[in-house]
Write a protein that binds this ligand. Structure first.
Ligand code: BGC
Length: 374
């Protein structure tokens, strides 16, 4: 192994995106693992960081190494590492806890609910990410992936968003005493869900909802036919274009909408659909739009609905260990049910040389992946 490695890094203060040769990292603690990066996915957050609007470099540095959707291979383990060995495939989590003793979520390993906003996120907030040939991480932040998922495991992290969202939906719906959500493997059976957006988070969310038994609709802007519409229809969901069908018509067509899973990232579309959420329904927001978008709302109608229909609106960010484990298990399930469609989410595999076009050029395809090693 050479002593240096190539990394892709961005500087907000210098408005610059470039590659560097950094020293290759070494294990410094017994609980650490050294990993060779295989695949790194690119998402809207990476692209936003590359507009210099979001993200922070580590303290003392101008540059942040990008990348938080990663798959790697273990190449060395520290003396205290118990459950990983050389050759294992791993997906690392993103967020690291703050150090405030009074932050109960972080103290309880639930930094996804950090209450101080002092958390760090690899590749996003104050910690270098995974767009590097190698990285070192503590075992507890790594999730073991079965070798059969090698080709699709880079989709784990985006799927964790749906997993954590659904986990919360079922916690909220425990309020419905007849729902028995804990007992059922298909808790969505007999219920109707609408996914907003047909990007990677929307498509992976659609798969998770169908596996849970929901009758699932995908509501997105582009008119059908288009490749994303074909993909979601081939899963068994129904694709409906927001350019052709209004939210009111959508609700008429579907009946009571039990769940709306927002994965579109724009406030306008999301809030246009909130008024048609059904009785006892839950609306889950996952997108992080750029600040400043104004939306007109009929506030009193929304408020009446929320109250008279017992609705819940929740936002969800980041994911805990259980959501990573559920995502890995679900990827296995998706691969059995829909091997071609799962592969089709990854529309491009590129060498690291393509980083500028991928991060700052036109947004194309569904999920683009940078392949650091095979
Ligand atoms: C990542 C999350 C992260 C969030 C906010 C998302 O793109 O998937 O892990 O918490 O951005 O920075």
């Amino acid at each position: 192994m050479s002593n240096t490695m190539r990394v892709i890094a961005v500087s907000k203060s210098k408005q610059d995106l470039r590659t560097f040769d950094y020293p290759a990292p070494a294990i410094t603690k017994d609980n650490q693992v050294r990993i060779r990066t295989l695949d790194v996915g690119i998402c809207g957050t990476d692209r936003e960081i590359c507009t210099y609007a979001y993200g922070e470099p580590p303290e003392g540095s101008d540059y942040l190494v990008l990348g938080h959707e990663s798959l790697g291979e273990v190449i060395e383990v520290g003396a205290d590492v118990k459950n990983l060995k050389v050759g294992d495939l791993v997906v690392p989590s993103v967020r690291r806890p703050c150090t405030e003793a009074h932050c109960k979520p972080c103290q309880a390993d639930r930094q996804d609910y950090c209450s101080t906003a002092q958390y760090q996120e690899r590749g996003i907030m104050s910690l270098d990410g995974y767009m590097a040939e190698y990285y070192v991480e503590e075992e507890k932040f790594l999730n073991l992936v079965p070798a059969e998922l090698r080709d699709v495991a880079v989709l784990t992290e985006p799927l964790t968003i749906a997993e954590k969202g659904l986990q919360q939906v079922w916690q909220v719906q425990k309020r419905l005493p007849w729902a028995c959500t804990e007992l059922s493997k298909r808790p969505g059976h007999g219920l109707k869900a609408v996914v907003l957006g047909a990007g990677p988070i929307g498509i992976l969310g659609t798969m998770a909802l169908i596996v849970q038994g929901f009758e699932t609709y995908v509501y997105s802007r582009s008119k059908a036919p288009n490749p994303k519409a074909e993909l979601v229809e081939s899963l068994g969901a129904k694709y409906i274009s927001a350019l052709e069908v209004t939210p009111e018509q959508l609700a008429e067509q579907i009946g009571n909408i039990d769940l709306i899973y927002e994965a579109v990232g724009t406030a306008e579309l999301a809030f246009s659909v909130l008024p048609v959420l059904g009785v006892n329904g839950v609306f889950v927001f996952t997108g992080i739009p750029p600040e400043g978008e104004k939306v007109e709302l009929l506030g009193s109608n929304l408020m009446r609905n929320l109250v008279l229909k017992n609705q819940a609106v929740i936002g969800t960010v980041n994911a805990d260990k259980a959501s990573f484990e559920n995502a890995i298990a679900d990827l296995g399930e998706f691969k059995c049910r829909w091997p071609k469609q799962l592969e089709a989410i990854i529309t491009g595999r590129h060498t690291p040389d393509a980083y500028k076009e991928l991060l700052q050029g036109k947004n194309t395809g569904i999920k683009n992946v940078i392949q650091f090693a095979k």
